[in-house]
Ligand binder design. Structure first.
Ligand code: SF4
Length: 169
């Protein structure tokens, strides 16, 4: 299945700590009630991430010395894990930037998902879990509902969950 891009934000401070380059991918199977962007569920939306678009995105990332990192969101980047993994690897190899990834999947379930688990090894911070409108909390940093966690990964495994106690906020 092809990977398609619905939005690119070359500099944003809304998708993680610091100034980040965000790429939003098409496709999501979670269909959370209250989702902020249901148009993103359609895997055929947006623009095909072909060689040209990949190169344009990578070049923009490399050319901006102000970037603190890259964020992948959607939709759900892990909707199409095989193609996402290829792009993730290229971003890491080419830029070395810190990578955040938003997903509706729960970290513990990803560990037992042979198609998606390999992606964890190229992600530094995973924001996990579906949006639950009954747990909506507008004041949370970088996520919508209280069940979602900002998980620091090391070698594809949880290091710690971001919290004020850990000095993350
Ligand atoms: S995982 Fe995110 S994009 Fe997908 S339905 Fe839930 S809130 Fe929307």
């Amino acid at each position: 299945m092809e990977l398609r891009v619905i939005n690119v934000y070359p500099e944003t401070v809304s998708d993680g700590f610091g100034i980040r380059f965000s790429v939003y991918f098409a496709g999501c199977s979670h269909h959370c009630p209250g989702c902020h962007n249901p148009q993103s569920w359609n895997p055929h939306a947006g623009e095909l991430l072909d060689g040209d678009l990949s190169e344009r995105i990578l070049s923009q990332m490399e050319a901006n010395p102000l970037l603190d990192g890259v964020t992948f969101s959607g939709g759900d980047p892990l909707f199409n894990p095989e193609e996402f993994l290829k792009f993730l690897k290229r971003v890491k190899e080419r830029t070395g930037l810190n990578v955040w990834c938003y997903t509706g999947y729960v970290y513990e379930n990803l560990l037992n998902d042979p198609k998606r688990e390999p992606c964890l090894h190229f992600i530094d911070v995973l924001v996990d879990g579906p949006f639950k409108k009954e747990l909506l909390e507008p004041r949370l940093y970088f996520r919508g509902s209280k069940n979602q966690r900002i998980i620091y990964l090391k070698d594809g495994r949880m290091e710690h969950v971001a919290s004020p106690e850990a000095g993350d906020f």
